[in-house]
Design a protein around this ligand. Sequence first.
Ligand code: AMP
Length: 411
Amino acid sequence: MGFDILGLGEKTLSAVADAGYTEPTPIQAQAIPQVLMGRDILGIAQTGTGKTASFTLPMIDILAEGRARARMPRSLILEPTRELAVQVAENFEKYGKNHKLSMALLIGGVNFADQEKALDRGVDVLIATPGRLLDHFERGKLLLTGIDILVVDEADRMLDMGFIPDVEKICEKISKQHQTLFFSATMPPPIQRLTDQFLDDPRKIEVARASTTAKTIKQSLVTVGPREKRKALRKLIKEEDVKNGIIFCNRKRDVKEVYASLARHGFSVGQLHGDMEQRERLAVLSDFKENAIQLLVASDVAARGLDVPDVSHVFNFDVPSHAEDYVHRIGRTGRAGREGTAFTIATKSRDDNKYVEAIEKMADEKLPRVTLDLTPPKPKLAADDLPMKPFVGMGPCMPAFLTKPVLNKSK
Ligand code: AMP
C-alpha cells in the first residue's frame, strides 16, 4: 500500500517521496485518513513506529488552508522534552518543504526574543514544552483561542516528568472547538482520565503494546561482576559490528563517568544528560546523527524519543529500574523494520535481579543470556619461549594453543 491512497495532497506526497518513504507504517495508514476527516485520535504507540509523521503529514494539509493571525497560533504541539520538540520541528520542515507554513518553538535554551517575534507575526504551528508555553501565556504573549489542532505527544513521559497538571491547564485554556491528537506509549490511570476529559469520541489506534518489544531487535543479557561493567562494555563494543550505538545509564553521574572512561580508552563518544546546556545537547545530537561520533552515552530523560533513524546497537550499562524504560531504550534500535541489537549488562545484585525479572514479566519472555569471557588474554609467546625440537615435522600432537592463533586483543 502506498501513501497516495491516504488522502494527502500532492505537495505533501512529493515531500514524503523525497524523504524516501514508500509505504506508510501501520499507525500512519490508520491515523492519517482519520486526522484529515477532523476526528480526535488516541494513538497508543511508541517512538519508532512512525507516529510523528502520522500527525505532521495530515496537519500540513489541513493547515495549508487558512492564515495565521498575530499571537494566535493555529495549532499547538506539546512535547515533554526540548529534543523531541526540535525533532518535530525538523519533521515539519522536511514534510512541509513544499508549503509555506510558519512555525515557532517555545522551549528552554532557544532565543526568547526571536520566538516572540515569530509569534507576533502569527504562526501556523507552535511546538512547545508545557512549562515554557504557560510562561509565555501568563506573560500575555500568546493567545490560545485560535487553536484548531492540539497534539499531546508522549503523554506518559509527560506524566513521569510531572507535566500533567500543566497539560491539563493548557487543555482547559483552549476553549474553542478543536481537534485533539493524543499519543502515549502506555495508558496509566492519570493519562486515561485526561483522555476521558479532553478527547471527543476519539478514534483509538493501538499499533504495538508498550510491553511488546520490536521483533527486529536481537536482545541479550550479560551478567558480570560489579567492577567489570566498563570492561564488559568495551569488550562488547569491540566484538560487535557497531555502526553507531547508544549506551544508557540510570544516573547522570554514571553517564559522565562512562563517557569519560570510553573517551580515555580512545572510543569515538559523546554524552547527553540533563546537566548540559541545550546548545551542547543539540551539538552532540547533531554529531551523532551525522556519524561524527560513533557512540552516545545518555540518560533516559535526555535520550527520550531521540530520532536517530538507524542505530545499530543499544547497550544498557545499567538495567533500567522501570521495565518501561527498557522498552523505550531498546526502541532506539530496530526502528521502522530495520535490524538492531540490544545488550543489557547486569550484575548479580538483588536489585538487578528484580529489574530483570520485571522486564521479563512485562515482555512475557526470557532475555537470552550470553556469557562474556573477561579473563585477560594469554600473553603471546615470544619466539625465544618456543620449544624448538618437539615440533619438527609433526602436526597432530602440536598443542592446540599453538595451532590456533593466539589473539591478544587489548581490552
Ligand atoms: P517516529 O516513530 O515518528 O519517531 O519515527 C521513527 C523513524 O521512522 C523516523 O526516523 C522516521 O523518519 C522514520 N519513518 C517514519 N515514517 C516512515 C515510513 N513510512 N517509512 C520509513 N521510515 C519512516
